[in-house]
Ligand binder design. Structure first.
Ligand code: 3EB
Length: 319
């Protein structure tokens, strides 16, 4: 049985009427509706979509869903899929907290029979602040790396991911995993994250540029990682949000171009999440995106990007 899932942005009214079983619902800076039977996660990020009263990210599947909790995670299992979310106080011990969180995550997905991660989302408080002389994002990477190594997981099998700053004091992570395998896509314009040089920290970030879930099935889905203005391993166009956006678009085109026979097209994007360090840049960035996706398929969020010089990061889901 191949896993079938979908993700879409919904208003509160649409969420109440959604037909397929919910795995999880993510709220960006809004209160989550009461009585939702799903994994629920609040992300304290400022939503920049002033023209939309409420907007939630809804993950659905086709079969019945079982909700449960384990090792601090809220979990939804169904259809050979496992959706999970966790929030933990981060504090100064961000490296150890991240290591322990990921160690629990690997244990939880293994016990559920869904060891194949499809997508990971990481939100780190004060992500670019210094902690005892080291950037907190680098400490996060160290903790994540230790947990991957301890679980015996090959860095090249890490799934698509995002890592952004967030308000509040908690480290928030959510994920989708499956019982079946998925395909990892790299970007020929960029050094693979797990091969970044030590200049970006002793432990490299662990993620693929994209995952294709269910490449064998009739309905493959492309999940593109947070994509920034990075070529090779270097940040380009510091201080120039328009040029950074154009560079992000070139990276997205390159990633889509790697999907070969699956034939994903950028005009098929069903979900586009745009993170801006400065909310004021929205108009300048929107102009560069042109008609990449209909407005109801886009969410604009104010968030710190993991390198201080980066002003914009974009992630996408296709089909
Ligand atoms: C980059 O390409 C930009 O640490 O999980 C993007 C997606 C980024 C995921 C992560 C980091 C991560 O290096 C930052």
């Amino acid at each position: 049985m191949s896993a079938m899932f979908a993700v879409q942005f919904l208003s509160e009214a649409d969420l109440a009427g959604v037909a397929d079983p919910l795995l999880g619902v993510i709220a960006f800076g809004h209160e989550l509706p009461v009585g939702l039977r799903a994994v629920r996660l609040d992300l304290p990020l400022r939503s920049l979509a002033t023209d939309r009263p409420s907007c939630f990210e809804a993950w659905t599947c086709t079969g019945p869903v079982t909700l449960y909790e384990e090792q601090g995670f809220s979990l939804a299992a169904g259809d050979g899929l496992l959706f999970g979310a966790i929030s933990v106080e981060a504090g100064p011990e961000i490296e150890a907290i991240t290591r322990d969180l990921y160690t629990c995550l690997f244990s939880v997905i293994g016990r559920a029979g869904c060891p194949n991660l499809i997508r990971l989302y990481n939100y780190v408080p004060d992500i670019t602040a210094l902690q005892a002389g080291e950037e907190r994002y680098r400490l996060f990477n160290a903790g994540r790396g230790t947990a991957f190594a301890a679980a015996g997981i090959d860095p090249r099998s890490a799934p698509a991911a995002s890592a952004l700053g967030t308000g509040g004091s908690k480290l928030r992570v959510y994920f989708l995993a499956s019982s079946t395998g998925s395909l990892r896509i790299e970007n020929p314009r960029q050094v693979s994250a797990y091969h970044y040089p030590q200049a970006y920290g002793a432990a490299p970030p662990l993620f693929a540029r994209a995952t294709i879930a269910d490449p064998e099935a009739g309905q493959p889905v492309l999940l593109v990682s947070g994509t920034a203005s990075i070529v090779s391993h270097e940040s380009l166009h510091p201080g120039d949000v328009a040029a950074q956006t154009d560079e992000v678009m070139r990276n997205l085109h390159a990633i889509f171009g790697e999907c070969g026979a699956q034939g994903f097209e950028m005009d098929e994007v069903r979900q586009l999440k745009i993170y801006l360090r400065r909310g004021l840049d929205r108009a300048a960035v929107a102009e560069r995106l042109e008609t990449m996706a209909a407005p109801d398929r886009m969410v604009w969020l104010e968030a710190d990007i993991c390198r201080p010089e980066l002003l914009v990061e974009i992630e996408a889901v296709c089909r």
